[in-house]
Design a protein around this ligand. Structure first.
Ligand code: ITT
Length: 192
């Protein structure tokens, strides 16, 4: 089968987060890949981002019977021993950004990174995972109206603005999600 036939197949992004869909479409459309979206959910097992993405992709492909990607992301703060990390969803819903700022109130080392792992799986193949990381720091207050969740807290390296102050197309140039999806896209287009 030719490469062009494989890359023209559609891929379904399994997520309950519409912001992720918007970002992922912006990134992958530019790389020549079209995404469908399905919010069918998948169990988030205990483990690291790779474990969650691998299991989620395999679970979703069994339910849908066609190629899927899932994406598991998190904010990792060095001074908090890389918390919230894999607990990022729970912490966003409970402590929220103000709770993180409280935990960080006396902390000088503000280093943090966003990590994203994309899991890709088809009915005929084992899951593949792709990691993307963007380095930065936690600000002293929430800033900006763009993006979602932790974006107003996170100031990427070499920037004065938070992700919350950057429009989606700017965030998409170098975000954790850009890096994981770009790795995926390069690998995908290389498949024979
Ligand atoms: P899924 O249905 O895809 O799992 P989710 O929103 O639960 O959607 P994650 O588990 O990957 O996604 O994300 C963990 C938390 O981190 C969650 O609260 C997200 O809103 C947040 N998050 C993920 N990516 C982010 C980003 O780019 N900017 C800000 N917050 C982000």
């Amino acid at each position: 089968m030719s490469n062009s036939k494989i890359i023209s197949k559609s891929i379904t992004f399994i997520t309950g987060n519409p912001h992720k869909v918007k970002e992922a479409r912006g990134i992958l459309n530019n790389l020549g890949i079209t995404l469908e979206h399905a919010d069918i959910g998948y169990p988030e097992i205990q483990g690291d981002l790779e474990d969650v993405a691998r299991y989620g992709a395999q679970y979703a492909v069994r339910r849908l019977g066609k190629p899927v990607i899932v994406e598991d992301a998190g904010l990792f703060i060095k001074a908090l021993k890389w918390f919230p990390g894999t607990y990022s969803s729970y912490v966003q819903e409970t402590l929220s950004n103000q709770g993180i700022l409280k935990l960080m109130s006396d902390v000088e080392d503000r280093y943090a990174e966003f990590r994203s792992v994309v899991g890709y799986c088809t009915p005929k193949t084992e899951p593949e995972v792709f990691l993307g990381i963007v380095k930065g720091r936690i600000g002293y207050k929430e800033k900006g109206k763009y993006g979602f969740a932790y974006d107003p807290l996170f100031i990427p390296e070499d920037y004065c603005e938070s992700f919350g102050e950057l429009q989606t197309d700017v965030k998409n140039r170098f975000s954790h999600r850009r890096k994981s999806l770009e790795k995926f896209a390069l690998w995908y287009k290389d498949q024979k």
